[in-house]
Structure formats: structure tokens, C-alpha cells
Design a protein around this ligand. Structure first.
Ligand code: NDP
Ligand SMILES: O=C(O)C1=N[C@H](C(=O)O)C[C@H](O)C1
Length: 272
């Protein structure tokens, strides 16, 4: 987005952990205005912003004319909200995870009408982790790879969207690792084609991801820990600022960080 005009955003899932965080970050950020906040169930105002009924999203988008819709909800609602935004000509930033192939296809269809940016993680540290993982995995061919993620007890989808993105990163470098093993039990040695995937849910952990590489009598662990959800909210607002005014198409957070003007295809952050 260019010029001095404020970025006008709509926030879905305004009563959720991330929706609240986005509204709080947006109201604190100069040059961003929350013109609409909606939630499925009635919710008290968030950071002084009234929260409307999400069932009225299509009418409310027409009334408030935001530049971008920022969504952190669930896979079904995120796909439906993206379709509604596309019909209204509003750009979409979604950080929702856990899409199945049908949900991913619905997002892709919406992106034919408006620019749509989907990222399983809006942290700059995770973007750096992904680059480091690709490089490290390539540097130690044949090493075993195990991925562990830890999140708060309210998280629904497992493994996390970020974990799935990291798995795609690993598999993109190591074609011989073509078997994801979720947890482990039984009586058999580890296969050389496995990537172990471990999802832990406990307390109020914001989000941790570790990729462990082991072989040749050594181990290497690459770890990211999110300190609080403000990290994700800030990244999502950066993404919305970058996205508005772009051509319709699919974009991801790396496009924002690269400052790329291209996009529309070839996303590298697809956890669906
Ligand atoms: N990309 C990233 O950087 C990050 C992504 N996430 C992802 O964001 C999503 C939301 O996480 P979080 O805020 O912790 O979740 P919460 O459970 O705290 O909030 C979910 C929100 O989505 C709404 N919602 C859920 N399902 C539906 C539905 N079927 N229809 C309408 N509204 C719905 C809820 O509404 P109601 O209040 O009515 O239940 C609520 O407002 C998850 O997919 C999570 O993985 C989270 C953090 C960072
Ligand atoms: O649900 C969460 O909390 C998070 N979800 C995202 C994911 O599924 O990867 C990102 C972050 O780890 C927090």
C-alpha cells in the first residue's frame, strides 16, 4: 500500500485469541484503522471497537468498504469469509490453519478475484527458521529428521499449520523422506524414510517448533519460540499493508518479506 491514506481493515473472529490481538495491534499502529470487526457469537467491544454479527459480513463489507479483511478463525469460516470478501472486492489476509484440500481450493478460487495472502505463521523468526531448516537439511544428507511442535491447550488442529509447512520444506529438500510418522508406538526400529511428527498441547504455550537433525554421531536442533501473539498480529498487519493494491492471486508471507512485486502463484506456505 502506498501513500498516506490509512489502511482500513475488517477483522473476523474478533472475539478469538488472534482476532483480539489483531484489533489491539491495529488500534495501536499509526496508519491502520479497524473499520469493521465481526464474530460468530456475541462479543463485547475489543480495544474500544464494537464487534458485529459475522452472519452480516456481506452487508457490513459493503457499508464499511475496508481495504483488507484479516482472518484468524477456523478453516470452514475462513473459506466462507474469503469468498464473501472476494465478492465485495476486498483483499484477504488469512492466518487460519487446518484447511483440507476443499478449503484450499475455495481460497484459491477467491484469489482469482482479489489478492489473497495465506500464511501458517506470520512471525519473521519462523520465516528465518524455514530458510535455516532448508539449508541445514540439505547440508546433512541422510540424517534423521524429527519435528516437534508445542501449543496451548486451546489449539484445535494438529499438527500445527507451521509444522505442516516445515514438513513440506524438509520434503522439498529430502525426497527420500516420504513417510510422516505421527507420534510413535509399537515395536519396530525407525525407518530411514520417516519424518517423525510430534504435537504437544499444554497450558498457555504460544507456539514452539523444533526441527531435530541427527546422524553421524551428532545432533542439530533448530527451534523457534513465539513470545506472545503480538508477533503474529504485527506480521499480519504488515502483510495487509503490503497486499492492498496488488493484483488478484495467491501470496504468502515470504512475498512480503522479500518485498516481491510478483506473486499470484507458487506459494511456498501451504499447510492445507
Ligand atoms: N498464521 C499465524 O501466524 C497464526 C495462526 N493462528 C491460527 O488462527 C486460527 C485462530 O486461532 P485462535 O485465535 O487461537 O483461535 P480461537 O479459538 O481463540 O478463536 C477462533 C475464532 O474463530 C471463530 N470461529 C471458529 N470457528 C468458526 C466457525 N466455524 N464459524 C465462525 N467463526 C468461527 C471463533 O468464534 P466464536 O468466538 O464464536 O467461537 C473465534 O472468534 C487457528 O487456525 C490458528 O491455528 C493462530 C496464531 C498465529
Ligand atoms: O493456534 C495457534 O496458536 C498457532 N497456530 C499457528 C499454527 O498452526 O502453526 C501458528 C502459531 O504456531 C500459533
Amino acid at each position: 500500500m502506498t501513500g498516506d491514506a490509512a489502511l482500513r481493515i475488517a477483522v473476523t473472529g474478533a472475539g478469538g485469541r488472534m482476532g483480539r490481538e489483531v484489533i489491539e495491534a491495529a488500534t495501536a499502529r499509526e496508519g491502520v484503522e479497524v473499520v469493521l470487526a465481526v464474530n460468530r457469537t456475541p462479543t463485547d467491544p475489543v480495544a474500544g471497537v464494537d464487534v458485529a454479527d459475522a452472519a452480516r459480513l456481506d452487508d457490513l463489507l459493503a457499508e464499511t468498504a475496508p481495504d483488507a479483511l484479516v482472518d484468524f478463525t477456523g478453516p470452514e469460516s475462513a473459506a466462507a469469509y474469503a469468498e464473501t470478501a472476494a465478492e465485495a472486492g476486498v483483499a484477504v489476509v488469512t492466518g487460519t490453519t487446518g484447511f483440507d484440500s476443499g478449503g484450499t481450493a475455495r481460497l484459491r478460487a477467491a484469489s482469482e478475484a482479489v489478492p489473497l495472502l495465506k500464511a501458517s505463521n506470520f512471525s519473521r523468526g519462523v520465516a528465518a527458521l524455514r530458510r535455516a531448516v532448508r539449508e541445514a537439511v540439505a547440508a546433512v544428507p541422510g540424517y534423521d529428521v524429527e519435528l516437534t511442535e508445542t501449543h496451548h491447550d486451546g489449539k484445535r488442529d494438529a499438527p500445527s499449520g507451521t509444522a505442516k509447512t516445515l514438513l513440506e520444506d524438509v520434503e522439498g529438500v529430502r525426497e527420500d523422506l516420504d513417510r510422516r510418522v505421527h507420534g510413535r508406538e509399537g515395536d519396530a526400529p525407525r525407518g530411514s524414510d520417516e519424518i517423525g511428527v510430534h504435537a504437544r498441547r499444554a497450558g498457555d504455550v504460544t507456539g514452539e517448533h523444533e526441527v531435530l537433525l541427527a546422524g553421524n554421531r551428532e545432533t542439530l536442533a533448530l527451534t523457534h519460540r513465539a513470545g506472545d501473539r503480538g508477533v503474529f498480529a504485527a506480521g499480519a498487519l504488515d502483510a495487509a499493508t503490503w497486499l492492498v493494491g496488488r493484483d488478484p492471486g495467491r501470496y504468502d508471507f515470504d512475498d512480503v518479506l522479500d518485498g516481491s512485486a510478483a506473486g499470484g502463484e507458487g506459494t511456498t506456505d501451504d499447510d492445507g
